[in-house]
Design a protein around this ligand. Structure first.
Ligand code: SF4
Length: 704
């Protein structure tokens, strides 16, 4: 008889619940959890094959250390490993100050793991150099929500998909990246023949295939398009003047801005037809309820924050927010990007959606942690963190549960940075990621099916997960590693408050402290506990003390968490991509996900069946662009620019306009003879979110 343990899928931000089946302490199967609100029993191909990844052969099972770069790492015990790490960090901090060390963590950690990493950096060491791979994924959504609505809080829920009349999918491809959300879209389409689906994507994606209208805009022209849609809404009196007057501020200035974006101008900028723009605006403006789903296509841009704001403007101007079926709904990429944001796990944030730049917020966090202060100096965001490592300003980096030697843009710079570092620690479940080659110390961490803690999915829903099996080898939970290291480092730094800062004996103790930090904040979860999450099931925040349930939708009362209580329109101007094509680099390279792979494939790459649909990265281009280069399907092309190059086979795709190419993001050095797509991407970042423009680079494509 197999045992079943409730858990969640560790891939995307949909956060599907699943039942892990075990036999004699081995994971032997998974099934969708019919009681989990995110998926109601459904799983996609990735989630349904998770049990096949529960194997020891690709795991890091023991700590490994090398004392000199040119030597191979040797197996060591935990005592030696953590003492060495504490020694090196203490030496570097003593010699160069707290900002000479940094932590680069992951949206795949549990909230409790994130919380202690944040406290280690900001509380114990006194540096804000703690950033995460969520910077590459959601930071523009965070900044976009904060600029307009006042808080980093997706106001919608998955049920909205079933009751909307107009679904705007912008810069997202849920058919492959959020498949269980897409099942909801297919259900809504079947149940409501009047539903209009608009997809905005430079490529005719799998999601665009079911759209009533596909706007294949020129890459990077999102703001012009949304300003153009608002121009039409204004011209056709489809805005909600009452809502604007009662609940928003700043509209007059934006009205002036969008006056310069009539459909004819926007059509020219975006390479669209005027009629398409007008049609999209009419469907949005005339619908009883309009919902937007958006993701990396908006976020991974050098103007990602304003891409988000410009889209949110459409909802505010039409009052399409805070009602069933209406609102701007940012889909998170990673399983716990939300949880990381909740505990302030970014270089510019503090616990419970507090801002580092706000002195009152810093004082509140210092009080909560029992410290005289927390550092005010902003930490370095991901791209800048690795640039500082290369320059020697940061000497030591601790990386956890992520693979920057594949996933960050401009791999040439990132790999040189890791090479230049004095000390690199990698806390990982997997033995052979691209980053492992640079690690001086590797610390084995537990992973899916082995951990306890909480995760928050895209619709603000928190699930408590517990281990299904014992930890393999000498692997330890991420929070345990951090707490053990923190105590050792605190002793060496002679920090008298270390014991008080890290008193935890369980993830529940960490959760309870995090919970208290949210009291009175927009994400107040003081009414939650592990016991309640176990008995009542996953819950959406906010869930304050005394509440009987979480809140399905935010801002139903039209009151926003800004100083005035009003949502804000932001003056957003069209700006082109950071890098333009030219005669030499004439192709706009776009990137995205495949249905059956996840991120850098450290997990999905271990499952043979997940290569059945796509077994290698193919560069898609318009057939005429291929012909022009003497290429036919299956030929190998050389793709390059000043930053790097790679060789990939090509395939024709008439769903791409000429001058555009698309490459899946998943393959790195483990699977191909190159750093993958990020050999070519650039490190230009959005000025507000510091999110890099991973979605566009100019490249030359030629026959290899
Ligand atoms: Fe996992 Fe996302 Fe698939 Fe759900 S939709 S099973 S969370 S990968």
């Amino acid at each position: 008889m197999h045992k079943q343990v409730k858990s969640t899928c560790c891939y995307c931000g949909v956060g599907c619940g699943l039942l892990i089946e075990t036999d004699k302490d081995r994971i032997v199967g998974v099934r969708g959890d019919p009681e989990h609100p995110a998926n109601l029993g459904r799983l996609c191909t990735k989630g349904a094959s998770l049990h096949l990844t529960a194997r020891p052969d690709y795991r890091l099972l023991h700590p490994e250390l090398r004392r000199q770069r040119q030597l191979p790492r040797q197996r060591v015990g935990w005592e030696q490993a953590l003492d060495h790490a504490a020694e090196r960090f203490a030496e570097i901090i003593a010699a160069h100050g707290p900002d000479s060390v940094a932590f680069y963590i992951s949206g795949q950690l549990l909230t409790e793991d994130y919380y202690v990493f944040n406290k280690l950096a900001k509380g114990l060491i006194g540096t804000n150099n703690v950033d995460t791979n969520s910077r590459l994924c959601m930071s523009s959504a965070v900044a976009g929500y904060k600029q307009t609505l006042g808080a980093d809080a997706p106001p919608c829920c998955y049920e909205d998909i079933a009751v909307t009349d107009c679904l705007l999918i912008a810069g997202a491809n849920p058919a492959v990246a959020h498949p269980i959300v897409f099942r909801r879209i297919e259900d809504a389409r079947a149940a409501n023949p009047g539903l209009r689906i608009i997809v905005i994507d430079p490529r005719r994606s799998e999601s665009a295939a079911i759209a009533d209208l596909h706007l294949a805009l020129k890459p990077g022209t999102d703001i012009a398009l949304y300003n153009g849609l608002l121009h039409v809404l204004l011209g056709e009196d489809l805005v909600d003047r009452e809502y604007i007057a009662a609940h928003t501020e700043g509209f007059a200035a934006l009205e002036q801005t969008v006056a310069a974006f009539p459909p004819a101008v926007v059509a020219e900028i975006c390479a669209l037809a005027e009629a398409e723009i007008i049609q999209a605006a009419r469907w949005f403006g005339r619908s009883a309820a309009a919902l937007s789903l958006y993701c990396q296509g908006l976020n991974q841009s050098s103007h990602g924050t304003h891409n988000n704001a410009a889209l949110i403007h459409l909802h505010l101007a039409t009052g399409q927010i805070g009602r069933p079926g209406a609102g701007p709904f940012s889909l998170t990429g990673q399983p716990n990007a939300m949880g990381g944001r909740e505990v302030g796990g970014l270089a510019n944030l503090l616990s419970a959606h507090r801002d580092l730049a706000n002195p009152e917020h810093r004082a509140e966090v210092a009080r909560l942690w029992g410290l005289p202060s927390v550092p005010a100096q902003p930490g370095k965001a991901a791209v800048e963190l690795f640039a500082a490592l290369k320059r020697g300003e940061i000497k030591a980096v601790w990386i956890a549960c992520t693979n920057p030697a594949q996933s960050l843009p401009d791999q040439g710079t990132v790999r040189a940075a890791l090479q230049a570092a004095d000390f690199v620690v990698l806390q990982e479940a997997f033995a052979n990621t691209d980053t492992a080659a640079y690690a001086d110390l590797m610390l084995p961490a537990t992973t899916w099916g082995e951990k306890e803690g909480t995760v928050t999915n895209s619709e603000r829903c928190i699930t408590h997960i517990t281990p299904a099996v014992s930890r393999p080898g000498e692997a330890r939970a991420d929070w345990e590693i951090v707490v053990d290291f923190a105590r050792r480092l605190g002793a060496r730094l002679a920090q008298p408050l270390t014991g008080q800062l890290f008193p935890y004996a369980s993830p529940e103790a960490i959760f309870n402290e995090h919970r208290e930090s949210t009291r009175g904040r927009d994400l107040d979860i003081t009414g939650l506990s592990y016991a309640l999450l176990d008995s009542a099931g996953p819950q959406q925040w906010p869930f304050p003390e005394g509440a009987s349930s979480g809140r399905r939708r935010l801002y139903a009362d039209g009151v926003f968490p800004t100083p005035s209580g009003r949502a804000r329109f932001v003056a957003v101007e069209h700006r082109p991509t950071a890098e333009s094509t030219d005669d030499t680099h004439s192709i706009s390279l776009l990137s995205g996900r495949l249905r059956d792979q996840w991120h850098g494939m450290s997990r999905t790459g271990t499952v043979a069946r997940l290569f059945n649909l796509d077994d290698e990265p193919l560069l898609s281009m318009h057939p005429a662009d291929l012909r022009q280069r003497g290429l036919v399907s299956g030929d190998v092309a050389h793709v390059g620019n000043a930053r790097g190059q790679l060789h990939v086979r090509v395939k024709p795709d008439a769903g791409l306009l000429r001058g555009r190419a698309w490459l899946p993001m998943h393959w790195g050095s483990q699977f191909m003879n190159s750093a993958g797509v990020n050999a070519l991407t650039l490190s230009a970042c959005d000025p507000f979110s510091q999110q890099p423009e991973l979605k566009h680079a100019a490249v030359a494509v030629a026959r290899a």
